[in-house]
Design a protein around this ligand. Structure first.
Ligand SMILES: Cc1cc2nc3c(=O)[nH]c(=O)nc-3n(C[C@H](O)[C@H](O)[C@H](O)COP(=O)(O)OP(=O)(O)OC[C@H]3O[C@@H](n4cnc5c(N)ncnc54)[C@H](O)[C@@H]3O)c2cc1C
Length: 306
């Protein structure tokens, strides 16, 4: 009998869900079990029972920064999809962790609330954006977070202030010792401003993003973090890899730190390009690029050398 057999009959849980449907890159094998929920009590019960029965839990947001293995993910994959947005006063916006950052940016702009304009360039959920300290155009989550509440692996709530999240460049404690916690809500700091001016700044960020990054094609966002005093895209381009292809995946010819899905790419195709870009930049420039995209499932599935 499988440790997670009880999940087969748990309301809302589906078996063998194709995760390509939940990945913005359109890639990924099945989740053994999968649930999308907005109910924190349901999530807490699932986490506790998974811990008791030894079933692994993986959290997915909007799938904009994750490469999901072609072999899928064993255990339970949860997507906490609470998209409620509530303005509690002129300085505070309360968000369910499933709120999409571009939506938050636009809603705040229309209400004359400034500070979240950068969110227009981050096509993911606010929960994951806290986890990875997402940022764009000079602002990151660390600058605007008041606090966030997560559930620990036993389903118990834990509220952390921004200072307690130990933020760094695309990093927080939710990537380290709290990686098994699921963020369920987030409070962001805003300030009142003229709605037209907030909207102008939001539009300017969007326009710059469209001009400099692949747009309207499936990608995973920045593949590598920028090394100190340099840019990963500049190094990959200088290594002559713009447009380089593996199967259906390609290093974007518009911005070399993006990999795009041009023709039914697989996770193995992407991993091949990640390795080629990393190794070529190391060989030519001595720079050891660190990966920004997150690989979920078995990273060695497929043959990364193609
Ligand atoms: C075209 C494009 C442009 C992008 N531009 C930017 C940019 O300018 N700046 C930037 O920072 N990023 C950018 N990204 C990357 C991405 O949008 C962000 O990293 C975003 O925060 C990821 O959100 P998500 O919901 O898609 O997370 P996912 O990809 O689903 O998950 C990312 C990680 O967060 C974890 N996670 C998800 N939800 C939760 C939760 N509720 N609690 C705890 N952990 C969770 C997952 O387990 C995974 O480890 C871009 C991506 C694309 C495709």
């Amino acid at each position: 009998m499988s440790a997670g057999e009880w999940l087969d009959t748990f309301p809302g849980v589906v078996g063998n869900e194709p995760l390509a449907r939940h990945s913005q890159f359109g890639v990924g094998g099945p989740a053994r079990w999968f649930i999308t929920t907005r109910d924190v009590a349901v999530l807490a019960e699932l986490l506790r029972r998974c811990a008791d029965s030894g079933v692994g839990v993986t959290t997915l947001g909007a799938g904009s920064n994750t490469l999901i293995s072609d072999d899928g993910i064993d255990g339970l994959v949860v997507r906490h999809n609470d998209r409620r947005l509530r303005v509690t006063d002129d300085h505070t916006v309360e968000l369910g962790a499933g709120c999409m950052m571009p939506r938050v940016a636009l809603d705040c702009a229309s209400r004359g609330l400034a500070g979240i304009e950068f969110g227009i360039g981050v096509p993911g959920t606010c929960g994951a954006s806290v986890c990875g300290n997402a940022g764009a155009f000079g602002t990151e989550m660390a600058d605007v977070l008041i606090d966030c509440t997560s559930l620990d692996p036993r389903g118990e709530p834990v509220t952390l202030t921004a200072a307690a999240c130990d933020f760094g460049y695309r990093h927080s404690r939710f990537k380290d010792e709290l990686r098994a916690n699921v963020i369920v809500s987030v409070r962001l700091r805003v300030h009142a401003d003229d709605p037209d001016r907030v909207r102008e700044r939001t539009d300017a960020i969007q326009a710059e993003r469209k001009a400099s990054q692949p747009y309207g094609i499936r990608s995973l966002g920045s593949v590598f973090k920028n090394p100190p005093d340099d840019r990963a895209g500049r190094l990959i381009e200088a290594a002559g890899l713009k447009g380089h292809r593996s199967g259906g995946a390609q290093i974007s010819s518009k911005h070399a730190n993006f990999i795009v899905n041009v023709d039914h790419a697989t996770a193995a195709d992407v991993l091949t390009l990640v390795r080629v870009a990393h190794d070529t930049v190391l060989e030519q420039f001595g720079v050891d690029l660190a990966q920004e995209i997150i690989v979920l499932g078995d990273a060695t599935s497929g043959d990364p050398r193609g």
